[in-house]
Design a binder for this molecule. Sequence first.
Ligand SMILES: C[S@@+](CC[C@H](N)C(=O)[O-])C[C@H]1O[C@@H](n2cnc3c(N)ncnc32)[C@H](O)[C@@H]1O
Length: 425
Amino acid sequence: MEQKAGLLQSEELYKYILETNVYPQEPEPLKEIRAVTASHPQFHMGTAPDAGQMMEMLLKLTGAKKTIEVGVYTGYSLLLTALTIPEDGKIVAIDRNREYYEIGRPVIEKAGVEHKINFIESDAIAALDKLLEDHDNEGSFDYAFVDADKPNYLNYHERLVKLVKVNGVIVYDNTLWYGSVAKSENSVPEILKEARTSLLKFNKALADDPQYILETNVYPQEPEPLKEIRAVTASHPQFHMGTAPDAGQMMEMLLKLTGAKKTIEVGVYTGYSLLLTALTIPEDGKIVAIDRNREYYEIGRPVIEKAGVEHKIDFIESDAIAALDKLLEDHDNEGSFDYAFVDADKPNYLNYHERLVKLVKVNGVIVYDNTLWYGSVAKSENSVPEILKEGRTSLLKFNKALADDPQVKISMAPLGDGITICRRA
Ligand SMILES: C[S@@+](CC[C@H](N)C(=O)[O-])C[C@H]1O[C@@H](n2cnc3c(N)ncnc32)[C@H](O)[C@@H]1O
């Protein structure tokens, strides 16, 4: 399957993501803390708002209550966490520099969430070791976020996997280090080199590999049947339609974290994302899989059968709107699905959304694929190849509508061709 590269490195696309998906849903106090940080000489250290939006999604979906923050700086991610966890949630926030924290503290205080924060001014390894001295802390945290000195990431990881519970989440920031992890050492500015070396090691690196993300993070953890379905799809003329494996990896994460059991798939093709879902949900889980073309499905079906998960799939050969409307005719289906994935004809994305927000339960997840449409959403219409134009127009409209939709909270992740994750609010 074709892998699309380079999206992460485009300034215009990043601006598009922030302006269309992130800022419209960013809570006021976070805008304020960005403003008070903007004039600080180290302002670039603040966590990126799009990464923050994904963190909010993860905190909410896991119902995190007890968290750790390593590297506070002026507190963008800390405030985000404090705003997201429940009233009685607690954050152990570690930074060796209290002065930075004091810059953002008035905003945190004003937002009324300071009582959730236990700020520890300390070297982070020492503070984590102190936590580990009390055995009750082991496996007791739901979530941790690390954004401190890169040479210590492995040291933090070693400690955090003990502190965070099974199925808990640890997020590491800056793991692509301005893209330098995929470049050769001498092409990288001096100032990036030390951390690049640390992150290459941290990411179990394959230096100089243009497929860095896939080779280092995705393929080593990809189940065998998914490799097989990629292989049987590779020779198909429409092979580029298959869901990108890095987007798939995030979908697996979301399915697992939410414990999804009952799901919908709109646009099956040969079944990469379908098989991924079937492998991830429990033995008695069910997927309603809709595609107007059964022939495509038949290409991947032998792999699905061999993987022993076909009994979880109810394949419906139909136009997707008709099939979703049929589901909605039975009122018991309303709010009964945990998860939906949409990867079909782009002009109908809004029609699917309208129906899926009714079918998916509150706190359930809907993922839309291709929302960056080869990066074309951030380009002017006349600079875009003819073949992309219709999809681009649909997705521009769709992305804007999602960001303005009060029924969902979104997180846009530039994985594969761009996925937008919605949590029904
Ligand atoms: C991009 S592919 C899906 C790829 C799939 N997620 C995977 O991982 O391989 C899009 C699929 O949507 C189906 N499709 C497009 N428009 C549709 C519609 N209106 N109703 C039902 N299926 C549709 C196509 O037949 C095609 O198989």
